[in-house]
Design a protein around this ligand. Structure first.
Ligand code: AOF
Ligand code: ZN
Length: 349
């Protein structure tokens, strides 16, 4: 690891302090170095608050050192007047001669302009240090700005032999068979709290009547997104409990009215996925976890529109039933449920 990488790594660590509080802004960290010593550090804590560079510059006691120092930032300094003034101007004002940037800001309002402005001022600029790691840090923000859709996480639980549910006999009441245990349920609630939205299809709501909120973890509830093509979901379902903002995609107007719930009429004869993702993007949703059912998951898989999959594998053997989707090895994490522990196995791209 070279010296630039060492300090950008520190920027990433600092940025991570903002996990969960910076939305819709990215997590960003910055350090200021003079004679191979860190003289200032900062990170972005909250949307609307000072950016990482501002906090780092403020933390430097002897401001006269800035004219001889190097500033490291995990994301390009901004160039626009948003909720705060441009960080590139602040860097230029303080005459910081060396600026090292992890990765370029994908936000159209910045997109290279911060870097250009700093270069034009005469400072030395290096761009692209630990770029992959810096992009990964803000994978939701990058996907949202570059692909104009939320970052998509697929999630399901399967039996040891790869079934979502066992075969049911015709006259048997449909009782859910739990593949997961209390620890994995808690983990699911943590995951829900980390994303802006959660999506399920009609059948999941009808069969399971899920609340789709965060109960076994302390954190925010994601916005609920439900596909209900033929308005089949009962108005007594938990998703109409008004507790959480809910978006329902339907084919036609519905008579149900619920506070906190909006109905989006889309054309189900067309490919619905781009329509849904476009509306979620308009709603500023940067990430979504898709929790089933099979048809909903499969349609995202068939079109290869997903970024990450998280699969629980239980101990039970079902023998037959509804087969779980098969994925190419691309950013898939399998969590094996043993007695009282969870074991993660991750396949990267
Ligand atoms: C941050 N923190 O440390 C950096 C950001 O509305 P504003 O003024 O807060 O601007 C938000 C945008 O600024 C954000 O989308 C990103 O493009 C850029 N850089 N943002 O929140 C930071 N460096
Ligand atoms: Zn800024």
């Amino acid at each position: 690891m070279n010296i630039h990488e060492k300090y950008i790594k520190r920027c990433i660590e600092l940025a991570q302090n903002g996990f969960g509080t910076t939305y819709p802004n990215p997590m960003v960290g910055s350090v200021i170095v003079y004679e191979d010593k860190i003289i200032g550090e900062g990170w972005h804590k909250k949307a609307g608050g000072p950016h990482a560079e501002v906090n780092a510059i403020r933390s430097v006691k002897d401001k006269s050192l800035l004219e001889k120092a190097t500033i490291y930032v995990s994301l390009e300094p901004c160039s626009h007047f948003g909720k705060t003034p441009p960080c590139c101007d602040l860097i230029i004002e303080h005459k910081i001669p060396n600026v090292i940037v992890g990765t370029v800001d994908p936000n159209e309002k910045v997109a290279g302009n911060g870097i250009k402005k700093i270069i034009a001022s005469g400072a030395n600029v290096v761009v692209g240090i630990l770029e992959k790691e810096c992009n990964e840090l803000n994978k939701r923000f990058f996907t949202f700005h570059q692909q104009k859709r939320p970052y998509i996480i697929l999630k399901w639980a399967e039996s040891q032999d790869g079934f979502l549910s066992p075969e049911k006999e015709d006259n048997q009441d449909r009782k859910p068979v739990w593949i997961t245990n209390q620890y994995s349920r808690q983990l699911v609630h943590k995951w829900r709290s980390e994303e802006q939205a959660i999506l399920v299809g009609t059948k999941t709501v009808i069969d399971d009547n899920p609340k789709l909120n965060v109960r076994d973890w302390s954190g925010n509830n994601p916005i609920r997104v439900v596909l209900d093509q033929n308005n089949r979901i009962s108005k007594d379902s938990f998703i109409f409990d008004n507790c959480v903002k809910t978006i329902i995609f339907t084919k036609s107007e519905t008579s149900i009215s619920a506070e906190n719930t909006t109905f989006e009429v889309i054309d189900f004869k067309e490919n619905i996925i781009p329509q849904i993702l476009g509306i979620l993007h308009q709603n500023q949703i940067q990430s979504i976890i898709i929790e089933g059912g099979l048809q909903t998951l499969q349609s995202f898989i068939d079109q290869n529109i997903w970024d990450e999959a998280r699969i629980f594998v239980g101990k039970l053997l079902f023998g037959n039933g509804t087969k779980a989707p098969i994925l190419q090895k691309k950013n898939v994490t399998k969590t094996y449920i043993l007695n009282d522990e969870l074991i993660n196995v991750r396949n990267h791209d």
